[in-house]
Design a protein around this ligand. Structure first.
Ligand code: RB5
Length: 147
């Protein structure tokens, strides 16, 4: 699986740390920036990464900001994106199983590097369960279509 990843200044250091983990695991990714700790506006990065996923160029993504919240709210404005802001392993696994999340968001000021790597592993390795959960994903799509 090839990942699209991105961050703002608040998530930069955590993104760099997770990149090392992805390199060790041999996971391919494209880094959409930012590339240092200079202040940037997270909605712009979120939109670029989200578009690269809904276009089919990448299957899933990782986004990082200070809390993980602003960048997840932004990504979720793009139709077809299900971005989950997580800070525990149970949620990172469950959001794949139940929500078929296609972006995992984390906060560089919230989550440590070891926990982030564990959450990324679960996000990459856990399949969507389908069944009743697919019905709920379809209902989410209906909301997108109505609004
Ligand atoms: C940037 O200071 C900060 O607001 C951002 O990284 C994020 O936490 C927003 O939700």
């Amino acid at each position: 699986m090839k990942l699209a990843i991105g961050c703002d200044h608040g998530g930069f250091l955590l993104k760099e740390s997770v990149k090392k983990f992805l390199d060790e695991r041999g996971v391919e990714y494209k880094d959409f920036g930012c590339y240092d700790e200079k202040s940037v506006d997270y909605p712009l990065v979120a939109e670029e990464v989200a578009n690269s996923i809904v276009s089919g160029e990448f299957e899933r993504g990782l986004l990082f900001c200070g809390t993980g919240i602003g960048i997840s709210i932004s990504a979720n404005k793009v139709k077809g994106i299900r971005a989950a802001c997580c800070s525990d392993c149970f949620s990172a696994k469950a959001t794949r199983q139940h929500n078929d999340a296609n972006i995992l968001c984390m906060g560089g000021r919230v989550v440590g590097p070891g926990l982030a790597n564990d959450m990324v592993s679960l996000f990459l390795d856990t399949p969507f369960l389908g069944g009743r959960h697919q019905r709920r994903i379809d209902l989410i799509k209906d909301i997108e279509d109505r609004n």
